[in-house]
Design a protein around this ligand. Structure first.
Ligand SMILES: Cc1cc2nc3c(=O)[nH]c(=O)nc-3n(C[C@H](O)[C@H](O)[C@H](O)COP(=O)(O)OP(=O)(O)OC[C@H]3O[C@@H](n4cnc5c(N)ncnc54)[C@H](O)[C@@H]3O)c2cc1C
Length: 417
């Protein structure tokens, strides 16, 4: 009999593992603690705003190859939108200045030779240190290895904070280098910004669940696994609502939960334990049409603004510093910036302020060092999640890769009881 795989956690890492295994013909059962799957990447209907919103804006790049492969396999590749070109519009609030970074598509960065396509007040040579980020010493931070010039203030720091969700003075240069190596260094073709046209769940979750159902996988929401019954180096049972679920002698388990849950379920596991928040503000307002559908802000509180039909959403990363700030005060300050960028009335529209306290692990070197690989000392148990050793910061790309890697790691596990 083919052994069953039990996947704990229905975020994109768990869904990617389930997809990989179910497509190979393995029997799969997924347990998600929450009422719906998606974890930190999900949409919901907000009664107060009267529309569906995402828990937070998520930006992907066309060079996120695992994420793109996942979307193709669940039939959702066409649910992402964006400018279709490697363009990044910015607005500097301190100078009331707009510009757009326009990369060329190929590997040779022709765009660097055009002043109109570069960041204003930067020279070609300013960009060269970016290619060295991946070769930084392990403990180097982004702020410690790059010169603090106009390029740093107007491009590198905003991108680093967004990619690492960690302030540049703490964020690992090597982790940012890994992102640069897979995107900017490969040319604009790999840097086309993409985001869900409708919502995160409509792109990453619902089509995956439909595909899993078609493949015969079982998905149980509202099923928190409270403990793993580990005996003799194997998981033998799962404590599920309604009682223990006994595993077959050859069954396997993928633990695809956040790091704090994983360390509670698997004593002795070392994992990142420091987190950074992300604050999102969703305003019920209409932005004027724009080329890219989003804009990066410099010199303000807001960092990225996304314009969707009827909703303007703002992201602020590395936001532990804002956790105590009253929501109304945040909303007023941020709307003031949004209204300036789009030339809208200063009156505050209906707004939802969402603070994801543990949005991602802090992408410092010390935390990065604590990231475990997929395999564990428990022979039929593997790990997945954006916090495992993916080589990338905590992103959808990393989470999906970890799910695929966990499925691969199971192949190498002997199925002896
Ligand atoms: C506000 C915000 C903005 C972000 N922006 C971006 C972005 O722009 N681009 C990008 O690429 N990434 C972004 N990210 C990061 C991205 O969302 C995550 O990297 C990714 O969703 C993590 O997926 P995961 O499956 O590893 O973890 P999770 O999504 O945390 O999934 C874990 C799942 O396990 C479930 N679970 C927990 N305990 C149990 C249990 N005991 N039993 C059963 N189930 C359990 C949880 O309910 C959850 O569904 C952002 C994250 C946030 C929060």
């Amino acid at each position: 009999m083919t052994p069953s795989t039990h996947i704990i956690g229905g975020g994109v890492a768990g869904l990617a593992a389930a997809l990989e295994l179910a497509e190979r013909g393995d029997p799969v059962t997924l347990y998600e603690a929450g009422p719906v799957c998606g974890g930190r990447c999900r949409s919901y209907f907000d009664r107060e705003l009267g529309c569906r919103i995402d828990n937070g804006n998520h930006l992907l790049l066309s060079g996120n190859h695992a994420a793109m492969r996942y979307l193709r396999r669940i039939g959702a590749a066409d649910t992402l939108g964006g400018p279709g070109e490697p363009v990044f519009p910015f607005y500097d609030l301190s100078r009331d200045e707009r510009w757009t970074l326009r990369l060329s598509r190929g590997r040779i960065p022709w765009w660097l030779f055009s002043q109109r396509r570069r960041v204003p007040e930067t020279r070609i040579v300013d960009y060269l240190p970016l290619l060295r980020l991946g070769h930084a010493r392990p403990g180097d931070t982004v702020a410690s290895v790059l010169p603090h010039n106009a390029l740093y203030r107007r491009l590198v720091e905003p991108l680093a904070v967004a990619a690492l969700n960690t302030p540049a003075y703490r964020g690992s240069a090597r982790l940012l280098g890994a992102v640069v190596d897979e995107t900017l260094a490969k040319g604009g073709e790999n840097c086309i910004p993409m985001f869900p046209r409708e919502g995160l769940s409509e792109s990453f979750v619902d089509p995956a669940l439909a595909r899993l159902a078609a493949l015969g996988a079982q998905v149980h929401t509202g099923h928190r696994i409270a403990a793993l019954g580990i005996e003799g180096e194997r998981v033998r049972s799962l404590s599920a609502p309604g009682g223990a679920r006994l595993l077959g002698p050859h069954d396997r388990v993928v633990l695809a939960v956040p790091p704090a849950v994983a360390t509670a379920l698997l004593p002795g596991l070392d994992a990142p334990d420091e987190h950074e928040a992300i604050v999102n503000l969703h305003f019920r307002a209409e932005a004027p049409p724009s080329e890219a559908g989003f804009v990066g802000l410099i010199g303000g509180l807001a960092e990225w603004i996304f314009a969707k039909p009827g909703v303007i959403s703002v992201t602020i990363s590395a936001a532990n510093r804002l956790l105590e700030r009253p929501a109304a005060e945040l909303a007023h300050s941020v709307w003031g910036e949004v209204a300036r960028v789009f030339g809208l009335a200063p009156d505050l529209p209906p707004v939802r302020v969402l603070r994801e306290k543990r949005a991602t692990f802090a992408a410092t070197f010390a935390q990065h060092r604590r990231r475990p690989g997929a395999t564990t000392p428990v022979k039929n148990l593997v790990l997945a999640g954006d916090w495992t050793a993916t080589g990338l910061p905590a992103t959808i790309e990393g989470a999906i890769r970890s799910g695929f890697a966990a499925a691969d790691a199971l192949r190498a596990i002997p199925s002896t009881a």
